[in-house]
Write a protein that binds this ligand. Structure first.
Ligand code: SAH
Length: 206
């Protein structure tokens, strides 16, 4: 189950970064999933986490984690905590994760999940992450795990020089995964393919 996913990623060269694979091995997805879906915990599709939100499919989460090019000294901002699973994977590679969630019940749920997983370097913040999180800026990497009509400019501002930002950008019914690398005033853009996410709310959402 878990190993089958790893084999699939390695064989097809979808995930080649060792740290990303190691993070996946270290985090129990079981800690972040409701009991009723435990049988499907390593199915490669999204699962409901309540409040009309979903935990993304493992392959998508891994592609995004790898694309962040994380280092052990990095401070990372996530917008869209959801279950806390994506933050947990990042926390195994980076130094510190600040993750923001707009639904208060999910903030509490994620905190519980993260505690279950015994992870200590994640801070869950109840706020509108579309505006970023000024207090802890600048970030080496920023990840948006909700679909956004365009990349909110505060996120670009809060990204460190040399920093990476990953976001699914586009209309509600389907987005392009965009990676931005900040080089001074220049933003280097890459397209990582087509995906579908739940919508971003808040000031810079839909
Ligand atoms: N990364 C999550 C899945 C994210 S689903 C995981 O690993 O489980 C997207 C999440 O973004 C939802 O929980 C939704 O409530 C949240 N969200 C939507 N708009 C937001 C905003 N403006 N600020 C913070 N969180 C937001």
């Amino acid at each position: 189950m878990k190993q089958r996913l790893i084999d699939y990623w390695l064989t097809n060269k979808i995930i080649t970064d060792k740290d990303t694979i190691k993070a996946f091995e270290e985090v129990n997805r079981e800690d972040f999933i409701d009991k009723e879906f435990l049988k499907e915990v390593y199915g490669d599709y999204p699962l409901p986490i309540g409040y009309d939100q979903t935990i993304s499919q493992p392959t998508t989460i891994m592609i995004m984690t790898q694309a962040l090019e994380l280092k052990s000294s990095d401070k990372v901002l996530e917008i869209g905590t959801g279950s806390g699973y994506q933050a947990a994977l990042i926390s195994k590679i980076a130094k510190k994760v600040i993750t923001t969630e707009i639904i208060p019940e999910l903030v509490e749920k994620a905190k519980k999940n993260i505690k279950k997983a015994k992870i200590k370097n994640i801070k869950v913040i109840h706020s509108d992450g579309s505006q970023g999180y000024e207090k802890e800026k600048p970030y080496n990497a920023i990840i948006l795990t909700a679909a956004t009509p365009k990349i909110p400019h505060p996120l670009i501002e809060q990204l460190k020089n040399g920093g990476r930002l990953i976001a699914p950008v586009g209309p509600l019914y389907g987005q392009t995964m965009i990676k931005i690398t900040k080089r001074g005033k220049e933003l280097i853009k890459e397209n990582l393919g087509s995906f579908m996410f739940v919508p971003l709310k808040g000031k810079y959402g839909y």
